[in-house]
Design a protein around this ligand. Structure first.
Ligand code: FAD
Ligand code: SF4
Length: 576
């Protein structure tokens, strides 16, 4: 029993998003037999934005979400190990020469998806990211260029909103709508190291964390539990930024609903989605169009599990590229010990970064580049890093843990290229619903290895220049994207530039899986910006999506008025 009384229960009339943000309204419930306009699989980073936009535009929309609808007041705790429920920890198989760790630090599960546990770094991709093949002869070009996504970056930076400097020099230089927030100890170390080496560094963002209160959301209190789910509501997640408006606009979110397969009609159009409820009962939600937003692993898994006559190798897979070109960013963590206490838990982990090494440099023996960012592991994560980096164990581990306050950590974010042999396929193993689980295969190639080596050395150099007396590192990966890539050529991509599958006119894939390349920016802002653009396209197309197989490839108009109220038009004037 909390001191201030009983918890309010979540009920049919009420969705709880913490004490300040509960939404009091009748929960809409469409009947399975009722044909809705859109069913969206996964209410995460992309799914949350799509749901909000389409509902606000007047469509009947259902979001099927495999995880729970969080009551942030009751379900989330200020405890590192207590937060693992936020992650997709269902079985997955991992393999390849450089297997990715899958599980409790990976994709999200529950309304808000990965945006609930992200650190909220929100840099944009650079213009060069959209033409990697043309510039460097590797990877692929995107079917869109930077100018297409730029207005959506500006839009989402206001909707989240993003705190950051008034002038951000890298990529396409721009400014942020809300001022930067104060530094913690790790940020100070990054500034000191970069300054000593004459490397420009961005302070206090870009990060989707409130530097001041905004609407019904309070400012950040430097509690440091961002990756555990921000109970305060200062960190943006679609759970607090877009889902409330989606519900107010008439969308239905059906939590604990695990999509099993998409049904295809004899007319080669999607008819709806079969899903399991929390008791394991199978249902079928009819829909005029289907959007899959399940993350770079679960999206290809669902399409592969939806194989049917005509698409024996997976739905929408006539190109044979479904599940291929999966990417992760190199995410090595470099730790440095300082004589003075750093106290890295006393701030959001995301608060300073440099993109000075982002672009291809002809002096390097590799193409593309990397970023260096602050990270602030809490004690359990720190213990794992000490085990990996120093083989600390027993009494040695206790000594390291007693020293926790003296350590700072930086994360490198390195661009790994898209390779056909990095894949999501189906495993023999099945989950509790009897559905084959994902088998993820990951191999580093020559360019990736050289880039990681250089990025590691530079990050360690910065840590030493900051004054660290001991510097160690842990190899790891971050941010999976790709495996359903977008492109103009139906023979080498799964979706077109609006995220519509090349093969099925009323089936869309909209999430991180559509990235053809990934740059070395954290992907979340781009994922949400692409979702807002796809929503604008669908709204512009109107009922044609539901009946016609024709493809109108004209850019949609940008509908800023469909943003959640109180978001568009706020902030300081931006530099363009
Ligand atoms: C620790 C950590 C920190 C991160 N920090 C950052 C950061 O600072 N900045 C950044 O940009 N990115 C960050 N990321 C990455 C970011 O969280 C993801 O890239 C992003 O959330 C992916 O968005 P998405 O829409 O593709 O998928 P998600 O947000 O994961 O949403 C997918 C949703 O679909 C649901 N789902 C999947 N399959 C089914 C199914 N069959 N039926 C029903 N529902 C289903 C899932 O439960 C989930 O809710 C971080 C990730 C981690 C793990
Ligand atoms: S540090 Fe700020 S953003 Fe992070 S969990 Fe605490 S209040 Fe939320």
């Amino acid at each position: 029993m909390p001191l201030f009384g009983r918890f309010e229960e979540q009920g049919p009339e009420k969705h709880m998003l913490g004490a300040l943000q509960s939404i009091h309204l009748p929960a809409r419930r469409f009947k399975d037999s009722e044909e809705v306009d859109y069913v969206i699989v996964g209410v995460g980073s992309a799914g949350g934005v799509l749901l909000q936009r389409l509902a606000r535009a007047g469509f009947n929309v259902v979001g099927l979400e495999a995880g729970p609808f969080w009551d942030t007041e009751k379900d989330w705790v200020s405890d590192e190990t207590g937060s693992h429920e936020l992650y997709w920890t269902d079985p997955r198989v991992t393999g390849g020469t450089d297997p990715l760790a899958l599980g409790a630090n990976n994709s999200g599960k529950g309304v808000g998806g990965g945006s609930v546990h992200w650190a909220a770094f929100t840099p944009r991709l650079h213009p060069s990211d959209f033409e990697v093949y043309t510039r460097d002869g590797v990877g692929a070009d995107w079917p869109i260029d930077y100018s297409i996504i730029q207005p959506y970056y500006e839009q989402l930076e206001l909707e989240m909103p993003v705190s950051g400097p008034a002038y951000y020099p890298w990529g396409h230089p721009h400014g942020y709508p809300y001022g930067p927030y104060p530094m913690g100890g790790v940020g100070n170390a990054l500034i000191k190291g970069c300054t000593a080496l004459n490397i420009p560094v961005s302070i206090g963002g870009p990060v989707a964390i409130l530097a001041g209160s905004h609407g019904d959301r309070p400012h950040c209190i430097y509690r440091g539990f961002c990756i555990q789910g921000c109970k305060v509501g200062a960190k943006a997640s679609t759970l607090v930024t877009h889902v409330p408006d989606a519900l107010r606009s008439g969308a239905e979110i059906r939590p604990h609903s695990m999509a099993a397969h998409i049904e295809l009609g004899s007319d080669r159009r999607a008819k709806g989605v079969h899903y399991f409820d929390r008791n394991g009962n199978l249902h079928f939600q009819k829909a005029k169009a289907v959007i899959v937003s399940g993350y770079a692993i679960e999206t290809p898994r669902l399409l592969l599990n939806s194989a049917c006559p005509g698409f024996e190798n997976g739905l929408a897979n006539s190109s044979g590229t479904l599940g291929k070109y999966l990417m992760a960013q190199a995410g090595n963590v470099v730790l440095g010990r300082f004589d003075q206490p750093v106290r890295m838990y006393k701030a959001p982990p995301a608060h300073a970064l440099t993109e000075e090494f982002y672009e291809t440099d002809p002096k390097n023996d590799f193409v593309r580049g990397f970023a260096i960012q602050t990270v602030g592991p809490l004690p359990v994560a720190f213990a794992k890093q000490m085990l990996a980096a120093k083989k600390a164990w027993g009494w040695g581990m206790r000594r390291e843990m007693m020293d926790y306050d003296h350590w700072a950590s930086f994360g490198l974010l390195g661009e790994i290229l898209p390779w056909a042999d990095n894949t999501v396929t189906l495993a023999e193993e099945k989950d509790r619903f009897g559905l084959p689980v994902a088998h993820v295969t990951f191999n580093l190639h020559d360019n990736d290895k050289k880039l990681i080596k250089a990025a590691k050395e530079k990050t360690m150099q910065v840590m030493r220049a900051a004054g660290a007396t001991e510097v160690v590192q842990e190899a790891r990966y971050a941010h999976l994207v790709g495996a359903c890539r977008m492109g103009s050529d139906p023979d080498s991509s799964v979706v077109d530039k609006f995220a519509r599958t090349h093969d099925i006119a009323n089936l869309f894939v909209c999430d991180g899986s559509v990235f053809p390349t990934q740059g070395s920016a954290n992907p979340g802002l781009t994922i949400q910006s692409l979702a807002a653009r796809t929503a604008d396209y669908l709204i512009t197309q109107g009922d044609r999506v539901f009946s016609s197989n024709d493809r109108d490839m004209t850019e949609p108009v940008i509908r800023r008025q469909l943003a959640p109220p109180e978001t568009w038009g706020k902030g300081i004037p931006r530099l363009t």
